[in-house]
Design a protein around this ligand. Structure first.
Ligand code: CO8
Length: 258
């Protein structure tokens, strides 16, 4: 694997495990982290041997935000002129699934990165928040929009306006995370979950991700039609024939990705 300045990247069979590695800054997200993550996501999408990624941080911090020291001296002209953070939109165009495995702080941009992933598994130590208002700014990587869609207006508004953090249990009750896991087991459980996804027929994985995401981009009727067309399309794949034959013959499917 290529070396990355801000990440540790390992392959666990068909799973790419990405560990944010800026411990001196509690994994604050700077331009280099974005570059490194975009490069790993491009490699993931291009590599048929890899089926799913997990992004995690340290036991203390998934990521404590965008890098405040990098932003501190910026003004409107450079932020707006360079469309600061627009590169994160590319991260969300990753086609293969990406799971966030969050322990400790996921604050500001850290919470936003977790929400850009396809789902969040939280350690019982996880804490989520959008404290940017305390710095006299606001979420800038999609947090106000994704949080409102994930947890509803009341909680999103309270979190953005007060900066209050929520713990893993509250995050699970609110629908921000799919499951809470004891901290010691978080990464292994996330890799196991990712491995289960990576063992599915690859085209069906892409289609399932794409159609769930469409629920956030369109109205119900158009979304249902989009789903049905993709579903129809999967009947043009060899893996659909294999998957249904394997079920009838009571054996495991052997996928070709075609
Ligand atoms: N950026 C840069 N450095 C950070 C960050 C950060 N977000 N968070 C922590 N660090 C650094 C600290 O400065 C410290 O460095 P040093 O040892 O050199 O002083 C080191 O990490 C350890 O941090 P602490 O000593 O503060 O550790 P504690 O255990 O005492 O506290 C906290 C942990 C509570 C997480 C605390 O570090 C904290 O509050 N961090 C900032 C959280 C925050 O405000 N995050 C939001 C950042 S802004 C953001 O994400 C905006 C995104 C959108 C911007 C829109 C632009 C277009």
């Amino acid at each position: 694997m290529a070396d990355y300045e801000t990440l540790i990247v390992e392959r666990r069979d068909r799973v790419t495990l990405v560990t944010l590695n800026r411990p001196q800054a509690l994994n604050a997200l700077n331009a280099q982290v974005l570059d490194d993550l975009l490069s790993v996501m491009a490699a993931l999408d291009a590599d048929p041997s890899q089926g799913c990624a997990v992004i995690t941080g340290s036991p203390k911090a998934f990521a404590a935000g965008a890098d405040i020291k990098e932003m501190q001296a910026q003004g409107f002209a450079t932020m707006y002129g360079h469309d600061f953070f627009a590169g994160w939109d590319r991260f969300t165009r990753t086609r293969k699934p990406v799971i966030a495995a969050v322990a400790g702080y996921a604050l500001g941009g850290g919470c936003e990165l977790a929400m850009m992933c396809d789902f969040i598994l939280a350690a019982d130590t996880a804490k989520f928040g959008q404290p940017e208002i305390k710095l006299a700014v606001s979420p800038g990587m999609g947090g106000s929009q994704r949080l409102a869609r994930a947890v509803g207006k009341a909680k999103a508004m309270e979190m953005c306006l007060t900066g209050r953090m929520i713990d893993a249990d509250e995050a699970e009750r609110a629908g921000l995370v799919s499951r809470v896991i004891p901290a010691a087991d978080l990464v292994e459980e996330a890799v196991k979950t990712a491995a289960a996804i990576a063992a599915m027929a690859p085209l069906a994985v892409l289609a399932n991700k794409e159609m769930v995401n469409m629920a956030f981009e369109t109205g119900l009727a158009a979304g249902v039609q989009f789903e049905r067309r993709l579903f129809h399309g999967l009947f043009g794949t060899a893996d659909q024939s294999e998957g249904m034959a394997a079920f009838v013959e009571k054996r495991a499917g052997a996928w070709t990705g075609k």
